[in-house]
Ligand binder design. Structure first.
Ligand code: PLP
Length: 359
């Protein structure tokens, strides 16, 4: 590839300065990529490169940690937020996502949890673990709530455009005028390259609140004492973002739509689990485990342990995501394997079903 060639042509002395230039050109590539869907233009200075989206989470939690501060995180959620907050002494409080409302944010709950020390709320859209996609109207309500509380929204959009249901993906940044938004993302999911470790933090904040409050300065300072994004992936990033064939994304969404359909249909055929909302984005679905129709299964962790042991199927117990006796099923699997896996879960449930169900 071209970028390797141009690395080879550099003299040793030129390398340090040209790395800086590459990083700048990567930031502007990310700014251009995100700006395509925003009503305003991001600049290079609004974007920070990270070694993947998890690194972006680490940086944001560290930057927000100050004595007494707290951050609001979704339940069920992506556990990295709580882990990173805990590690840097930032208090976290969980607000609910509502299964009966397509996993929308319980905004009354958010208001009840927040106090004068709340600095931010986190949303994940499209959502891991719930598989939901938030509508523009719901995002607008989130922005209004954040404005009312005087907090920023951290929007985890690592699944940007991974929406295959009726709702299109809308970036939270379109509402940045209402409340300051920090958008975090990366290439690991949309491009299916989790090992390449390239992500970003973008201040999607047209009013410049984050700049004025020195949040951007803090992010920059933290980046200076943290690992860099992989340099040769940086070299490729502008091309990755600008030139990936549309057909690649369309094909991927087709595959995910089909997998979600298979998964949903199979769940419907299993008595002890129910799905409150058909997945329409990301690669996951949350389903509720009904222990009353199972014999000798203590809870979700017990269920997942035994399914793994007896059927070689790995399911994530909801307890790990803040929701006991729920399960997170990943459907980013080859359709044949997915059908087979779900059949195994079904036979597990039948084998462990209460006697009356076996008649
Ligand atoms: C996978 C994932 C990440 C981490 O992405 P990387 O770029 O691989 O670090 C962050 N947030 C959510 C919600 C994820 O599912």
């Amino acid at each position: 590839p071209q970028f390797l060639l141009c690395f080879n042509q550099q003299s040793t002395t030129a390398r340090t300065s040209s790395k800086r230039v590459d990083t700048m050109c990567c930031c502007s590539a990310v700014a251009a990529y995100l700006s395509r869907e925003l009503p305003y233009e991001l600049s290079t200075g609004d974007v920070f490169l990270t070694a993947g989206c998890n690194h972006a989470i680490e940086i944001m939690m560290a930057v927000l940690a100050s004595p007494g501060a707290n951050v609001l995180v979704p339940r069920p959620g992506y556990p990295m937020y709580e882990a990173r907050a805990a590690l840097c002494g930032l208090e976290f409080r969980r607000f609910d996502l509502l299964p009966e409302k397509e996993w929308e944010v319980d905004l009354d709950g958010v208001e009840a949890l927040a106090d004068e020390n709340t600095v931010a709320m986190v949303i994940v859209n499209p959502n891991n673990p719930c598989g939901c996609v938030y509508s523009y109207d719901h995002l607008a309500k989130i922005a209004e709530t954040a404005r009312k509380l005087g907090i920023m929204v951290i929007s985890d959009e690592v699944y940007d455009h991974c929406a295959f249901g009726s709702k299109p993906f809308v970036p939270m940044g379109v509402l940045g005028e209402i409340a300051p938004v920090v958008t975090i993302g990366g290439i690991s999911k949309r491009w299916m390259v989790p090992g390449w470790r390239l992500g970003w933090i973008a201040a999607t904040d047209p009013k410049g609140v984050l700049r004025d409050k020195n949040v951007l300065q803090s992010i920059m300072s933290y980046c200076a004492i943290s690992v860099d994004a992989v340099t040769f992936v940086q070299g490729a990033l502008p091309q990755i973002l600008a030139n990936t064939d549309k057909a690649f994304f369309e094909k991927a969404m087709e595959v995910m739509r089909e997998a979600a359909e298979i998964c949903y249909r199979k769940v419907e055929g299993i008595e002890c689990i129910t799905c409150p909302h058909k997945p329409e984005g990301s690669m996951f679905v949350m389903v509720k485990l009904d222990l009353s129709c199972l014999d000798g299964i203590a809870d979700d962790v017990d269920f997942c342990t035994k399914v793994a042991r007896e059927e070689s199927v790995v399911i994530c117990p909801g307890s790990g995501l803040g929701m006991k006796n729920w399960l997170r099923i990943t459907f980013a699997v080859d359709p044949g394997l997915l059908e087979d896996g779900m059949e195994r879960v079904k036979s597990f449930c039948q084998r462990h079903g209460k006697a009356k169900e076996l008649k």
